[in-house]
Design a protein around this ligand. Structure first.
Ligand code: HEM
Length: 400
C-alpha cells in the first residue's frame, strides 16, 4: 500500500498553471490522483470525483487554510470561520438553509430581465467602438451588477462595490502575495462595512427585496449577525469569479467554432446547451477543496488521511472515459447534463446554480442577439487549478 502512495507522481503548480488540461490528461490515463508540489492531492477521474464529493471521509476545511497561511483573525479569517462553504455537518446545514430558501424565491423573470437589461446596456455603451475586451468590459461587470441589483445597492456605489469584490477575491488564488493578501483583507473589511450598513437599513425597514426576505429566514434559523453578514459575502465570492470566467468561456468556445456560434445565433433555444458545454469545457471553479479524515481507497491506490484533497472539475469534465472527444467544444454532445458536476455535489453543491445559469444564459443571449457578426480576435487562456479560475484578455470585434 505504502509503495503505491510513494509512487504517485508529483505535479508542480507551474505545470498546472501553464496548461492544466494537458497535465491532467497525461496523468489521468494511468493514475486516479496525483500529488501537488505545494501539498495535498488532486483527484482526476469523473467517476471518482462524483463518488468522493458525497463521501463523509472528505470534510470541509473549516479554518485550516487561513491558519496554515498564518491568518488567525480579521475580515478574511471571518469568511472561513462563519461561512457555509468551509463548515461541516449541522453548522453547515444551519448556515445554508435560510440562504437556500431565500435564493429559491429570488429566481424570477425579474432577475433575468435585470441581467439582460444590464448586458444590453454594456453592449450599447461600446457598440460604436466595434471592439471590446470581453473579460473586463462585460464578464467581470455582469455578475456584480446582478448581485448589486439583488442587494439594492445604488448604481453610484456599484464601481466601489466591484473594486472591493475583485480585490478581496485575489486572496482565493494560488500564489497570493503578501501585498495582495493585505489588499484583500482591507477590501473584505470595507465590504463588511458596506453590507453591514445595508443590513442595518434593511432591518430598520428602509429596504425591501432579497435581503429583507433573507434576514427574516435567517432570524428563524437563529443565525448570528456575523453569520448573516458572512453568508452574504460568500454569495459574492461564489457568484463573481465563477460567472465571470464562464461568460468568457462560453463566448470564446462558440466563437472558436463559428458553425456553433452561427447555430446559436440562428436558434436561441440552443443557448442553455451552449452554456452547459462551456461549463464542462472551461469550468469557472477548478474543483472543490476538502481534507481527508481517514485513509481512502481510490481505484486501488491509497489516499492518505489528514491531507488536502482537490476534487478536480477541470480534470473530471475532460475525462475521456465519459466524454467522447473531450477536448473538443461541442454543444451537440449527447451527455451535456453531466456538466452539472461543475456545480459540485453533496451537501455543499452550489446553492445558487440556477441563478448562475440564468446569468450565463442571459449574458450569452444578449451577445448573440446584438452582435451576431462577432469575431474572436484573441483567444483567452484560462488558469487557476485549485478553486477560482480566471481568463486572460479576450478581444472581440464586430462591424458597427
Ligand atoms: C458558473 C457559475 C457557478 C459555478 C461553476 C459554481 C460552482 C460552485 C461549486 C463547485 C460549489 C461547491 C463548492 C464546494 O463544495 O466546496 C459552489 C458552492 C457555492 N456557490 Fe456556486 N457556482 C456558480 C455560481 C454561483 C453563484 C451565481 C452564486 C451566488 C450568487 C454562488 C454561490 C455559492 C455558494 C454560497 C456556495 C457554497 C455552498 C455551500 O457550501 O453549501 N455560486 N459553487
Amino acid at each position: 500500500m505504502l509503495e503505491k502512495i510513494r509512487s504517485v507522481p508529483v505535479v508542480t503548480s507551474a505545470e498546472l498553471e501553464n496548461d492544466a488540461h494537458e497535465a491532467f490528461r497525461r496523468y489521468r490515463a494511468s493514475y486516479p490522483f496525483v500529488a501537488l508540489d505545494t501539498g495535498g492531492y488532486v483527484i482526476l477521474r469523473h467517476e471518482d470525483v462524483r463518488k468522493l464529493i458525497v463521501d463523509p471521509r472528505l470534510q470541509a476545511t473549516e479554518t485550516a487554510m487561513p491558519v496554515q497561511g498564518g491568518i488567525t483573525e480579521g475580515a478574511l479569517f471571518d469568511i472561513f470561520q462563519h461561512g457555509m462553504l468551509t463548515a461541516n455537518a449541522s453548522v453547515h446545514a444551519r448556515r445554508r438553509s435560510a440562504m437556500s430558501r431565500a435564493l429559491a424565491n429570488q429566481l424570477s423573470d425579474a432577475f433575468r430581465r435585470h441581467v439582460r437589461l444590464a448586458a444590453k446596456g454594456l453592449l450599447e455603451d461600446c457598440y460604436h467602438d466595434g471592439r471590446l475586451e470581453l473579460a473586463a468590459g462585460y464578464a467581470a461587470k455582469l455578475p456584480v451588477i446582478a448581485l448589486a441589483g439583488m442587494f439594492g445597492i445604488p448604481d453610484r456605489d456599484v464601481p466601489q462595490f466591484m473594486h472591493d469584490i475583485y480585490e478581496m477575491n485575489e486572496f482565493f488564488r494560488p500564489h497570493a502575495t503578501a501585498e495582495s493578501v493585505s489588499k484583500a483583507e482591507a477590501a473584505a473589511a470595507r465590504l463588511q462595512r458596506t453590507l453591514g450598513a445595508l443590513l442595518t437599513r434593511t432591518t430598520a425597514g428602509q429596504a425591501e427585496g432579497f435581503l429583507s426576505h433573507y434576514l427574516k429566514l435567517a432570524e428563524e434559523d437563529d443565525l448570528s449577525s456575523a453569520e448573516v453578514l458572512i453568508q452574504i459575502i460568500q454569495l459574492i465570492i461564489g457568484g463573481t469569479e465563477s460567472v465571470r470566467t464562464a461568460i468568457v468561456a462560453q463566448a470564446a468556445g462558440l466563437l472558436s467554432s463559428p458553425d456553433q456560434w452561427r447555430a446559436v445565433c440562428d436558434d436561441p433555444a440552443l443557448v442553455p446547451d451552449a452554456v452547459a458545454e462551456a461549463l464542462r469545457f472551461e469550468p469557472g471553479i477548478a474543483g472543490v477543496v476538502r481534507v481527508s479524515v481517514e485513509d481512502i481507497d481510490v481505484d486501488g491506490w491509497t489516499l492518505p488521511a489528514g491531507q488536502l484533497v482537490i476534487l478536480s472539475s477541470i480534470s473530471a469534465l475532460r475525462d475521456e472515459r465519459v466524454f467522447e472527444h473531450a477536448d473538443s467544444f461541442d454543444i451537440f454532445r449527447p451527455n451535456l447534463a453531466l456538466s452539472r458536476l461543475t456545480f459540485g455535489g453533496g451537501a455543499h453543491r452550489c446553492v445558487a446554480d440556477a441563478l448562475g445559469r440564468a446569468e450565463l444564459e442571459e449574458s450569452l443571449a444578449a451577445l448573440t442577439e446584438r452582435l451576431p457578426n462577432l469575431s474572436l480576435d484573441s483567444a483567452p487562456k484560462f488558469y487557476g487549478h485549485l478553486f477560482v479560475r480566471k481568463s486572460t484578455e479576450c478581444w472581440i470585434t464586430w462591424q458597427p
